[in-house]
Design a protein around this ligand. Structure first.
Ligand code: S3P
Length: 436
């Protein structure tokens, strides 16, 4: 169904809200809980399409995960490291790259069992060779389109051996797949990334009792040894900073706004957006900081800032704000000068080619953006006119375009707006509540 949403420009945003649970931590809570012995209790789980795809796949692998209801905690028993069943069905990962890549790591070491993974049209075009290649070095067997580089992919579970693996891209999904495989391998597995990516897997595995160590400059080397039994834990999932980002930027650029976003995860591998907001000269304050289950949490109060400065994003910060590039592109349109996003080729292999799609859609409002091979150049001080825009099925594009529409003169329409259900099903209700 083609969901169209209408957003009127000219208002402002006021109020307080909690955004849904962190998507990365939600996936990991199910996967690592499934590999543990005993019960895992989860509070704050993100009830959206992507983590629910992970739940569905794990149930097909024999994990007794109850029906997950919005805003309700739940618990389930893990199967241990190698207790997964050979499913009678194909595992459908939907739109979720995290589901597919992390499950490839988990299933590669399930000796003597076979599995088939697939996904939606977008996921079947995304690169899986970055996971199947290093896992094959550990002894795993993958068959799939383009020599195991694209789904549908079949996995022949094998006895794996630990390896030292240097990954060519800084990707938490790739790193996590290798670490999960390392739990079932013989010997030590060591992953070295070109820049450090989000570390939720490492933190959670440590909390579950895994023998895992972080080494090297900026923690780019993670070493895991098998032999420890994972023990089920209580997991409290904070709000997703990647969902909060829409309101953090909206409140900064929409005149006369003030929004307080409560209890969001502030893990330092995720807070690159705050560095960019500092460069821009945004007006925000972090309050009520605390540590919950090994993750830093806080609330952020953001007020409109005038005369925002343009910014440049490049290099090692990219993994720390990889999912925020679409909304930061919107922000750049309202800074006083030219902003540049570089070293962002990864954006081309997300749910859509986010460089192309954001440039194409924002130009409809009148944005001045040029696309480079690895990034974007955005002229600020835009005057947006209302437009008919399209998410092109990408959740973060859909929500970024909604925020852009708030700055447009008149009433804009967003086609395929329901793409937001992938990570933030209550986004449109929250927008309604905040808008004045
Ligand atoms: C994720 C890692 C990131 C991110 C994605 C979620 C994760 O992808 O874009 O939304 O949960 O590990 P990459 O690690 O592939 O960059």
């Amino acid at each position: 169904m083609n969901h169209i949403r209408t957003v009127n420009g000219g208002g402002n945003l006021q109020g307080e809200l909690k955004v849904p649970g962190d998507k990365s931590i939600s996936h990991r809570s199910l996967i690592i809980g499934s590999m543990a012995q005993g019960e895992t209790f989860i509070k704050g789980f993100l009830h959206s399409e992507d983590p629910l795809s992970t739940a569905d796949c794990l149930r097909k692998l024999g994990v007794n995960i109850p029906e997950i209801k919005e805003n309700e905690s739940f618990s389930f028993k893990g199967l241990g490291l190698d207790g997964f069943n050979e499913p009678k069905e194909i595992l459908n990962c939907g739109n979720s790259g995290t589901t597919m890549r992390l499950l490839m790591g988990l299933l590669a070491g399930q000796e003597g069992k076979n599995f088939v993974l697939t996904g939606d049209t977008s996921l079947r075009e995304r690169p899986m060779g970055r996971v199947s290649k290093p896992l094959s070095m550990m002894g795993a067997t993958f068959l799939g389109r383009e020599n195991g580089k694209k789904a549908p992919i079949s996995i022949g579970g094998s006895q794996l051996k630990g390896c030292v693996i240097g990954t060519p891209v800084a990707s938490a999904q790739v790193k996590s797949a290798i670490l999960l495989a390392g739990l079932n391998a013989s010997g030590t597995t060591s992953v070295i990334e070109p820049a450090s990516s989000r570390d939720h897997t490492e933190r959670m595995l440590k909390a579950f009792g895994a023998d895992i160590n972080i080494r090297g400059e900026f923690g780019r080397n993670v070493v895991i040894k098998p032999g420890k039994t994972l023990i089920g834990q209580k997991i409290l999932i904070p709000g997703d900073i990647s969902s909060a980002a829409f309101w953090m930027i909206a409140a900064s650029i929409v005149p006369n706004s003030e929004v307080l976003i409560k209890d969001i995860g502030l893990n330092p591998t995720r807070t690159g957006i705050l560095n960019v907001m500092d460069l821009m000269g945004c007006n925000y304050e972090i309050v009520e900081k605390s540590i919950v289950a090994g993750e830093l949490i806080g609330s952020i109060n953001v007020k409109t800032a005038n005369n925002l400065r343009p910014f440049s994003i490049a290099g090692d910060i990219l993994p720390k704000l990889i999912d925020e590039i679409p909304i930061l592109t919107v922000a750049a349109c309202f800074c006083q000068g030219v902003s540049e996003i570089k070293d962002a080729k990864e954006l081309r292999v997300k749910e859509t080619d986010r460089l192309k799609v954001m440039a194409r859609q924002l130009r409809k409002f009148g944005a001045k953006i040029s696309e480079k091979e690895d990034g974007l150049i955005i002229n600020g001080e835009s005057k947006f006119n209302s437009a008919e825009v399209d998410s092109e099925t990408d959740h973060r594009v859909s929500m970024s375009l909604a925020i852009a529409s708030l700055l447009a003169k008149g009433s804009s329409r967003i086609f395929r707006a329901d793409a937001s259900n992938v990570s933030y099903p209550t986004f449109w209700e929250d927008l309604e509540k905040l808008i004045n």
